[in-house]
Design a protein around this ligand. Structure first.
Ligand SMILES: [Zn+2]
Length: 196
């Protein structure tokens, strides 16, 4: 049976629909697919994901499956779903983001961000951001200062981490919790279908 998943910030009431996946062979075989059956997310959906990961790092962000107790997230404004329906167009959401690319690559406010699965004690480091910066200036960078969204392997690994952890307690946190296994950009490289 196909199932869908969303990423939601409960602090700011925003939902990014991630896509559909098949339940059949267990979490490790999951990948998101879209309206035309294509396995890869569109570049716009991927950019929207990176913006959400940067802008809402440290907030009450949750990964929701279709059968999760959605509660109030049902009513949050939504980016387009796989059928193109939503309250906020990708063009609108991504317009002018990030406002600048002048974030410092050092300094006390530069914080690591990771997606973590609490029950599995795994963390996917996403990069660093200037936590003191204005929200629309936030973007994640690698230690060399290049944008995280520009690393294709990392992008694939993040999508796979989300797909394989639907129905786990996934959070978007500042800093990497101690004792958590660190995943890296090679997570899921082999088991992921090509986007084209
Ligand atoms: Zn937020």
């Amino acid at each position: 049976m196909p199932d869908s998943a969303d990423l939601a910030c409960y602090d700011h009431e925003l939902v990014l629909p991630l896509g559909w996946f098949m339940h059949g062979d267990g979490p490790q075989s999951r990948w998101f697919f879209y309206a035309d059956g294509r396995p890869g997310p569109s570049p716009q959906r991927t950019r929207a994901l990176w913006r959400m990961l940067a802008e809402h790092a440290g907030h009450d962000v949750r990964l929701l499956g279709e059968e999760t107790d959605w509660a109030e997230a049902y009513d949050f404004p939504r980016l387009p779903d796989v059928g193109g329906l939503g309250d906020i167009a990708f063009e609108q959401y991504l317009d002018g983001w990030p406002r600048s690319r002048s974030a410092p690559v050092t300094g006390p406010d530069l914080r690591p961000v990771s997606l973590v699965s609490i029950e599995d004690a795994v963390a996917m480091p996403l990069g660093l951001l200037d936590a003191a910066g204005a929200p629309d200036e936030r973007y994640l960078v690698q230690p060399d200062g290049s944008p995280s969204e520009g690393v294709p392997l990392l992008t694939r690994a993040v999508w796979r981490m989300l797909a394989t952890h639907v129905y786990r307690d996934v959070r978007l946190v500042l800093d990497v919790p101690s004792g958590f296994e660190r995943l890296d950009e090679h997570f899921g490289v082999e088991a992921w279908p090509d986007a084209d």
